[in-house]
Design a protein around this ligand. Structure first.
Ligand SMILES: Nc1ncnc2c1ncn2[C@@H]1O[C@H](COP(=O)(O)OP(=O)(O)OP(=O)(O)O)[C@@H](O)[C@H]1O
Ligand SMILES: [Mg+2]
Length: 471
């Protein structure tokens, strides 16, 4: 079996490279050689690359070797990064994971290289490049889940067309980011992207904001003023929280879409406008239609092309990637040098259901950056909503268990925590005796993290209790 290893590795749909700590290539499979580094049989079959250092052999691997050196310098055993590499004229987006290992006393590094350009193809095939960089490089919309890849495809299709787009999804799922991407990738990118939050203004203010007004149209209208429709001329108008607009404005909006003309408030001279509308909402518009709060004809006009953003809990495998992304950003913003998250912290992040989606995750990382001490974010650095989530779920599960077993729980009243006999004061302080705590620690084999978790308190809080009791 082992003898066949190179043969099997050549069948892998990913690049595999093994090096020594000096980055001398000891082994490289077929996929790495051909699909990633673009070396062909006859040329040198990749042989030249073997036993040579990555960065001296192929300038395109320069960035990657930089990352590898970084990994080695930081003595990290696991490392991953996404890099742009050039293969001929092509830009490849390569995700690489690396791991150090020791075998018979020697150190080695193994690299798995996956070409993810296809997933980002909305971007890679978009014409032109300036100003679109962030989206082209997949730097802004992070995610490898199939659901997000589908979103990339939809964004590209929308960008290539002129149709109005409706973006739906829960709060914080990235609806505005999608509007940014569509505009940046469309041929309207040099014209303005104008954003209006329909929930932020009263009906009459919103009307004059959108349509503009002429002098004397109402008290305070001291001169003619163009509205957002005109401002967005040739470009894109982003109407956020579209579910909030009043019935009379809905009629006016419908007219703009159908006739492509507007009238400023207080005037009846039609002005032609050339805009693409991207609307967004976290409301269920179908439901609003049933209730008579949203016009069905407008709905269909806006819904020509719709993009639904998945909730973060529907794509949990993107959580670590998003954490990395926001850690990178916070490192830049704060000048700290955080390398990642502890295993425990990451586990909590993965378990949490993220009702506020990516915005909540972004805030959680920013919160952690305020508290973090060393180079790893630990569970104690995370917001309480995340660290106590599991404990709350456990209480709920208990409330749902059959009467015989839940009796004990019920007798303790609604202040109980997970552990029978242990209560919390109304202020949330843990009411526990020395014996109870000692027993609980024994029950968890002395593991403080698990004990703290079972009590729904942080490890620091547990340490304080233990110290107080002299445990
Ligand atoms: N896939 C993603 N990758 C990286 N950052 C993201 C992603 N999706 C969202 N974000 C970030 O999360 C935050 C919230 O995104 P955005 O404002 O687009 O959400 P939204 O759906 O418009 O929310 P709301 O309905 O509350 O207005 C922003 O800071 C955005 O940059
Ligand atoms: Mg928004």
């Amino acid at each position: 079996m082992f003898m066949e290893f190179p043969h099997i590795a050549d069948k892998m749909p990913a690049g595999l490279v093994v090096t020594d700590p000096q980055l001398e290539v000891l082994y490289m499979n077929n996929h790495a050689r051909k699909a990633i580094f673009g070396l062909h049989h006859g040329q040198d079959g990749g042989a030249a690359m073997l036993r040579k250092r990555f960065y001296t052999t192929n300038r395109h691997t320069f960035d990657m070797s930089g990352c590898m050196q970084e990994m080695i310098a930081q003595r990290q055993r696991n490392f991953q990064k996404t890099l742009i590499m050039k293969k001929g004229d092509e830009d490849l987006l390569i995700h690489f994971t690396a791991r150090g290992f020791t075998s018979e006393g020697n150190d080695y590094y193994i690299f798995v290289l996956t070409d993810i350009s296809e997933e980002m193809d909305c971007v890679v095939h978009a014409p032109g490049s300036f100003g679109r960089e962030d989206f082209v490089l997949g730097k802004r919309i992070i995610g490898h889940d199939e659901k997000i890849r589908q979103i990339y495809r939809m964004i590209r299709l929308a960008a290539d067309s002129m149709v109005n787009v409706m973006v739906t999804g829960e709060s914080g799922t990235g609806k505005e980011l999608v509007a940014d991407a569509i505009h940046a990738l469309s041929d309207r990118q040099k014209k303005p992207l104008v954003k209006v939050n329909c929930a932020a203004l009263s009906e009459s203010l919103l009307e004059s904001e959108l349509f503009g007004h002429v002098k004397g149209a109402f008290t305070g209208a001291i001169k003619d003023r163009a509205g957002k429709f005109e401002e967005a001329g040739g470009g894109t108008l982003f109407l956020d929280e579209i579910g909030e607009i009043s019935p009379s404005l809905q009629v006016k909006l419908l007219r703009v879409i159908q006739e492509k003309t507007i009238e400023r408030v207080g005037d009846n001279k039609p002005i032609r406008v050339d805009i693409r509308i991207i609307a967004a909402t976290n409301k269920d518009l179908q439901e609003l239609i049933r209730k008579g709060a949203f016009r069905e004809d407008l709905y269909y006009r806006l819904h020509v092309f719709s993009i639904h953003m998945p909730a973060l809990r529907e794509r949990p495998l993107d959580i670590p990637r998003l954490c990395d992304h926001f850690i990178d950003q916070s490192n830049i913003n704060t000048g700290k040098q955080v390398r990642g998250m502890s295993r425990e912290a990451m586990r909590l992040m993965m378990e949490y259901p993220w009702p506020g989606n990516i915005r909540e995750l972004e805030n959680a990382i920013e919160h952690a950056f305020v508290l973090v001490q060393g180079s790893l974010i630990t569970a104690e650095d995370l917001p309480g909503s995340i660290t106590t989530y599991r404990a709350e779920v456990q209480i709920e599960t208990r409330a749902g268990i059959p009467p015989e077993t839940s009796d004990q729980v019920r007798q303790q009243g609604h202040q109980d925590h997970d552990v029978p006999g242990i209560r919390k004061s109304p202020g949330g302080r843990l009411l526990i005796s020395k014996e109870q705590l000692a027993a609980l620690l024994r029950q968890h084999g002395g593991n403080q993290t698990q004990t703290a978790r079972s009590l729904g308190i942080s490890r620091v809080a547990l340490w304080k209790k233990m110290k107080k009791f002299g445990l």
